[in-house]
Design a protein around this ligand. Structure first.
Ligand code: GLN
Length: 445
């Protein structure tokens, strides 16, 4: 009830949700009360959670922020949704997102932008801007987002909350509306590292429904929250000095580094020479995979269906009106990069560079336990400030994209303020070593 009241108060200004599911939430809350009375309590029993609207749910529409999925209702729950449901979680609504998770500001949502709770004239980041803003504004206790190139960490940073992208394969993608399947991962947002650890625990693990989910044991993440990071080696890469970096953000992150040293961590310089190609490589690979994944929206199988004289006309009508401009841009980029004659020059080349990026990380992690970088080069920007310039928009993910290219886990943690707005730093770790990320972030926070 307290969360629903808070939603009534602030949602008209923030617009963190595409769909609110008050009735679902109240029924789940009553069921949670019954569970608690029976003594059958899981860690998330009765906890109000927001779900990014790219996660399929049986009891609410799933739009992926797109007109093309208007009216679509999934016949099944995403595996992560099923797992939270089994613990007795309470779903308050489907959180706003850039269309098909393509964007860095939530301005590409067909349902209107979300606003940053710290400053309503600014963006919450994206694409999981609704999930980040809902937690920052107290509309949900925790939430789930998805991260293909930074879409959990960057909005967590802009909204001053904690966000974690797990290792590729740690969390099942079954029932996640696909953007770029080799990069997408689902992960949690919370106001503390401990909250994030609890949700990660609940959603992790192998799933026979997702062949890329990995069958490795899931450790008890609570035991990582020791508060002790003496002797932990933290790598800092010279390559993370990029043009466009706000000097105030840099100063705040430098102070955080000094604090980590005071806590007993050792700072070690590392080199990631191919990281400067990560953004360019991403904008070949992600649109290529997206163009294939989005071929399924043909006006027959899902949602919006506009009829033309011929089958081709129907496709053109449905896709022409159903997709927004950024999605069309990505489909064009992707089909171009994958077309005969260009495939080797662009797509295959990008895959080779991706391997080099991954190898840099493998070498660095022989010397250090985690790598630290800013989460984003700037604080939250103003609504409309970057919509006319896609390259500027893409640049807000320079620090987050490398972890997706290499499949590594990353956590964004608030570390201070610049220009009166939250600043965030990011720790990246070895594959399946989310525990160390949580340990370092928890000791700092
Ligand atoms: N901002 C990046 C993009 O637009 C990353 C999005 C994401 O992680 N889903 O593709």
């Amino acid at each position: 009830q307290a969360h629903l009241e808070r939603i009534r108060q602030v949602e008209p200004q923030i617009h963190a949700f595409i769909t609110l599911t008050e009735e679902v939430a109240l029924a789940q809350a009553q069921e949670a009360d019954r569970r608690i009375a029976r003594g059958d309590v899981a860690p998330l029993t009765g906890i109000p959670i927001a779900l990014k609207d790219v996660l399929c749910t049986v009891d609410a529409p799933t739009t992926a922020g797109s007109r093309i999925l208007e009216g679509f209702r999934s016949p099944y729950d995403a595996t992560v949704v099923r797992k939270l449901r089994e613990q007795g979680a309470v779903f308050v609504g489907k959180a706003n997102t850039d269309e098909f998770a393509m964007g860095s500001s939530t301005e590409n949502s067909a349902y209107g932008p979300t606003r940053n709770p710290w400053d309503l004239e600014r963006v919450p980041g994206g694409s999981s801007g609704g999930s980040a803003a809902a937690v920052a504004a107290g509309e949900a206790m925790v939430s789930l987002g998805s991260d293909t190139g930074g879409s959990i960490r960057q909005p967590a940073g802009f909204c001053g909350v904690v966000g974690l992208k797990p290792t590729y394969g740690r969390v099942s993608r079954y029932g996640l509306v696909a953007f770029a399947s080799s990069l997408d991962q689902i992960g949690p947002f919370g106001r503390t590292v401990e909250d994030v650890a609890i949700v990660l625990q609940a959603i992790s693990g192998h799933d026979p429904c997702d062949s890329t989910s990995v069958d490795v044991p899931v450790p008890d993440y609570q035991t990582s929250l020791t508060g002790d990071i003496r002797g932990i080696r933290i790598g800092i890469a010279a390559e993370y000095q990029v043009p466009g970096m706000d000097p105030e953000v840099e100063r705040v992150v430098d102070e955080a580094v000094a604090e980590l040293q005071r806590l007993g961590a050792e700072i070690v310089p590392v080199s990631l020479p191919h990281t400067k190609y990560a953004l360019a490589t991403y904008y070949i690979i992600a649109p290529s995979e997206a163009s294939a994944n989005l071929a399924r929206y043909d006006g027959v199988k899902y949602g919006l269906s506009l009829q033309g004289e011929t089958l081709l006309e129907s496709y053109l009508q449905t896709r022409g009106r159903g997709f927004g401009p950024e999605v069309k841009r990505r489909i064009m980029l992707g089909t171009y990069a994958l077309s005969a004659g260009y495939y080797d020059a662009y797509y295959v080349k990008a895959q080779k560079v991706r391997t080099l990026i991954k190898r840099d990380f493998d070498e660095a992690f022989e010397k250090v336990d985690v790598i630290l970088a800013p989460t984003s080069p700037t604080v939250a920007f103003r609504l409309g400030e970057r919509t006319a310039d896609p390259i500027q928009m893409y640049l807000s993910d320079v620090f987050t994209i490398p972890a997706n290219m290499a499949g590594l886990p990353g956590i964004a943690v608030p570390c201070g303020f610049a220009h009166g707005l939250p600043v965030s730093m990011q720790f990246m770790g070895r594959p399946f070593d989310e525990g160390t990320l949580l340990r370092v972030a928890h000791a700092y926070e």
